[in-house]
Design a protein around this ligand. Structure first.
Ligand code: HNI
Length: 147
């Protein structure tokens, strides 16, 4: 079981409590799709993704970025039971969507980068450590049904 210190909980709740999901969600997903273009393969039904400009202005991608970021809320509310919390979502991504689980980490890194860009110099190393630990636990839980 993952153990969280009071400081880690404080950092994580502070980051997400002040997060503009509608801004960071689309930016993180766009970044993932542009930097790792093979991740586009899962979004064939989302409309025009033929260029960076098209990906950036695609409303379906933006909406999905917000949805994915809100997908983290369930981990925030169940910090001590993240694995079980993602059981259904893990089955969906593995058995129905066939998303390569390596991609979870790529997207979570893009979330970290967008949060860092937003917070600037107030994003301290120990805050980053707490955020990346949290995202690593989510990524591991999402990949659980693949093992
Ligand atoms: Ni993901 C659907 C959460 C990573 C491709 N994804 C969802 C949904 C949530 C979600 C929530 C909506 C489920 C539903 O409708 O019941 N996805 C998350 C989270 C992460 C993640 C929390 C990791 C941080 N998903 C990824 C990655 C990819 C991905 C890395 C592909 C590269 N997800 C999808 C696709 C769908 C999806 C594709 C279905 C979209 C649709 O509406 O057709």
């Amino acid at each position: 079981m993952v153990v969280w210190s009071d400081q880690e909980r404080k950092f994580i709740n502070g980051i997400f409590g002040n997060l503009d999901y509608d801004n960071i969600g689309p930016k993180a997903l766009v970044r993932c799709l542009v930097v790792y273009p093979w991740t586009l393969r899962y979004f064939g039904g989302f409309g025009d993704t033929s260029s960076v400009a098209a990906i950036k202005s695609n409303p379906n991608i933006a909406a999905h970025g917000i949805k994915v970021l809100h997908g983290l809320d369930r981990a925030l509310k169940n910090m001590d039971n993240i694995k079980a919390t993602y059981a259904d979502l893990s089955v969906l991504h593995s058995e129905k969507l066939h998303v390569d689980p390596d991609n979870f980490r790529l997207l979570s890194d893009c979330v970290t980068i967008e949060i860092a860009a937003k917070l600037g110099s107030s994003f301290s190393p120990d805050m980053q450590a707490a955020l990346q630990k949290f995202l690593a636990v989510v990524v591991s839980a999402l990949g659980k049904q693949y093992h």
